[in-house]
Design a binder for this molecule. Structure first.
Ligand SMILES: NC(=O)c1ccc[n+]([C@@H]2O[C@H](COP(=O)([O-])OP(=O)(O)OC[C@H]3O[C@@H](n4cnc5c(N)ncnc54)[C@H](OP(=O)(O)O)[C@@H]3O)[C@@H](O)[C@H]2O)c1
Length: 329
């Protein structure tokens, strides 16, 4: 049994981690923690549906105790809070999967520019492995510090990767519109979100996921995120300029070549959030606009699963050499 700790258990991503880890036959949840202000709570008081399923208290974060007992630690905390906590576990030689953005960007100056805070542990950036399972499986196997990708970047990078890698599209002028369920904003955002409402936000190349996507795709993008009136699920529509005419069948063949052995990627006719919510799947639909010679990719994930907790567990499975699909649906 792998002994697992979840830090940030009160948050959306932390809750999702607990749900998935409970389905996993090879792990034991030995610690749940968060900002409890000295008042530990039984997990079933926080999430009543866990009554009779998990007998553990959510406590304040005690790093020494967690490090003594856990084989792997998931941190599901806001960016900038995570880095200090994670770095102590790394010093203690523990395996960590961090769901925040703190270890995703390889250049501390880029992090500081986009996140507006100083990186206190820049020396760890080159050691961290970017945990997009489909691209970095070999590195993930050996990772000690794993930076779990953001939700928008997961849907977008997976949607673009084969076309870019096979050089069938131009690197310039990539346009992406992404729509996210409101849980993408975390608990505080959800408290203030008045349903139903749909709008674009952080328009004008200012969303913090842009440098992460550009780091991985190695090209500039135009990215506009939107909030949609559903709790979870994310759909990215990606416009890619084809270098020359190519048939839809040939593009589909390219995508299948990259993804046919991937347990959580499906090439589908229509990517829709309904089909991926509560699963770890990324559904990718491929279309060509022959009039303007654009490849249009739509990519759907559950922001809390493949976009966060599910991908984190998939990464843990790879790191421990167990079936990558364990615990995941
Ligand atoms: N939501 C998503 O779809 C998603 C997807 C991918 C990645 N992520 C990333 O996952 C992380 C968690 O996101 P989330 O959506 O779960 O956020 P959330 O619902 O806002 O939860 C964040 C948790 O962190 C706790 N926290 C805040 N400041 C803290 C501090 N100084 N010390 C200890 N705990 C602190 C909060 O505690 P309180 O309850 O006391 O406020 C809250 O429980 C973030 O880095 C986010 O970017 C989220």
């Amino acid at each position: 049994m792998i002994n697992v700790a979840v830090i940030g258990a009160k948050g959306y991503a932390g809750e999702e981690l607990i749900k998935i880890l409970l389905r996993h036959s090879g792990v034991k949840i030995i610690s749940l923690s968060g900002r409890m202000d000295g008042k530990p709570k039984h997990i079933s008081e926080m999430y009543s549906y866990l009554k009779g399923k998990l007998d553990i208290f959510c406590e304040d974060i005690d790093q020494k105790k967690i490090a003594e007992n856990a084989d792997i630690i998931f941190t599901a905390l806001p960016h900038s809070v995570s880095m200090g906590i994670v770095s102590k576990f790394v010093l203690l030689n523990k395996k960590v999967i961090d769901l925040s953005a703190d270890f995703r960007l390889k250049d501390a100056a880029v992090y500081e520019k986009w996140y507006g805070v100083k990186h206190t542990n820049p020396e760890l950036l080159e050691k961290s492995v970017y945990g997009l399972c489909e691209l970095y499986r070999k590195k993930i196997k050996k990772a000690k510090l794993l930076a779990n990708p953001g939700c928008y970047p997961t849907s977008i990078i997976l949607g673009c990767y084969p076309a870019l890698k096979e050089k069938i599209i131009k690197k310039k002028g990539i346009i992406i519109d992404s729509k996210s369920g409101y849980s993408g904003g975390g608990r505080e955002f959800v408290k203030n979100y008045k349903e139903p409402n749909c709008y674009a936000y952080q328009v004008g190349g200012i969303h913090r996921h842009i440098p992460e996507i550009e780091q991985e795709l190695k090209c500039q993008i135009i990215f506009t995120p939107h909030v949609i009136p559903q709790e979870r699920g994310m759909l990215s529509t990606i416009y890619l300029k084809l270098k020359k005419e190519i048939s839809l069948a040939d593009v589909i063949a390219v995508y299948k070549k990259y993804y046919e052995n991937e347990p959580f990627i499906r090439i589908v006719e229509t990517a829709m959030t309904k089909n991926v919510v509560n699963t770890n799947y990324c559904d990718i639909a491929i279309n060509i606009d022959g009039r303007t010679n654009n490849l249009i990719i739509t990519s759907a994930i559950d922001n809390l699963v493949k976009g966060a907790a599910g991908q984190a567990v998939q990464n843990m499975n790879i790191m421990f050499g167990i079936d990558e699909k364990e615990g995941l649906i």
